[in-house]
Design a protein around this ligand. Structure first.
Ligand code: CO8
Length: 258
């Protein structure tokens, strides 16, 4: 499949998607979001792919939704097309593990897209923000909800109400990103982490992801109950037998993905 706004490649068992609209700082136009969804579908369907990395350029992961594209929309345009449509949420719904590798600006829809990944690895050049308030709108792809869950009410309110950007160090301090690495090493490190995840049992990884995600959707008691049931179900897999046998036999496990 050929794309105009993204680059798609594989690095061993890792699917790598690079947002590629350099002249617009990777602003998320409709075509880009559509192509990103198609690339994600392709990797989801490919059993050789065990994890997916999404990145942008050195200057920008993505500077937000495409302001020029949406500037003239009317209420009826956005209401009837259900803008933001489900395709924006596709990354959040991905069953395979996803990592956003962020350098430069991750603003507005760019920050929201990064937050839909399972975790964010940041370059030391990364800057995160929800500046929608400064252009007369508010976050519309989950920013008010996901950012608040990541960083808590106080910082989310300050960022959403003022549009203030935070740098990589502040993003790490407040838990928005898992780690900060030197910009020159970002892709290599993200692919390394993704390769590690892809080398594990894919169904067990999927179960672990489902269990962590339950923490965002339910009460503590229900989440712990769900976790216990998923934990129990790992004992129905061949890979749990293999993993524990390999530990006892002091050898590397050979996963069957079953
Ligand atoms: N949309 C369209 N074009 C953009 C965007 C954008 N979000 N961001 C940058 N560009 C373009 C600029 O217009 C410029 O193009 P041109 O050269 O043709 O004038 C080019 O990218 C380079 O940008 P700058 O010259 O402005 O570069 P600077 O280094 O001076 O500034 C900034 C970089 C600070 C990132 C600046 O470009 C900026 O403030 N951008 C807008 C950031 C923003 O407000 N983002 C939020 C957008 S709204 C949003 O995301 C709502 C999400 C809701 C869900 C989305 C559903 C579709």
């Amino acid at each position: 499949m050929s794309y105009e706004t993204i680059l798609v490649e594989t690095r061993g068992p890792v699917g790598l998607i690079t947002l590629n609209r350099p002249k617009a700082l990777n602003a998320l136009c409709d075509q880009l979001v559509t192509e990103l969804g198609q690339a994600l579908d392709g990797f989801e369907a490919d059993s050789a792919i065990g994890a997916i990395v999404i990145t942008g350029s050195e200057r920008a992961f993505a500077a937000g939704a495409d302001i020029k594209e949406m500037a003239g929309f009317t209420y009826m345009d956005v209401y009837t097309s259900n803008f933001i449509t489900a395709k924006w949420e596709q990354l959040a719904k991905c069953r395979k593990p996803t990592i956003a590798a962020v350098a430069g600006f991750a603003l507005g829809g760019g920050c929201e897209l990064a937050m839909m990944a399972d975790f964010i690895l940041a370059a030391d050049t990364a800057k995160f923000g929800q500046p929608e308030i400064t252009i007369g709108t508010i976050p519309g792809a989950g920013g008010t909800q996901r950012l608040t869950r990541f960083v808590g009410k106080s910082k989310a309110m300050e960022m959403v109400l003022t549009g203030r950007m935070i740098d990589a160090a502040e993003a790490e301090r407040c838990g928005l990103v898992s780690r900060v690495v030197p910009a020159a090493e970002l892709i290599e490190e993200a692919v390394k982490v993704a390769t590690k995840i892809a080398s594990l049992s894919q169904p067990i990884v999927a179960m672990a992801k489902e269990a962590v995600n339950a923490a965002y959707e339910t009460t503590l008691a229900e989440g712990v109950h769900f976790e216990r049931r998923v934990f129990h179900s790992t004992f129905a897999t061949e890979d749990q037998k293999e993993g524990m046998a390999a530990f006892a036999e002091k050898r590397q496990p050979v996963w069957k993905n079953r």
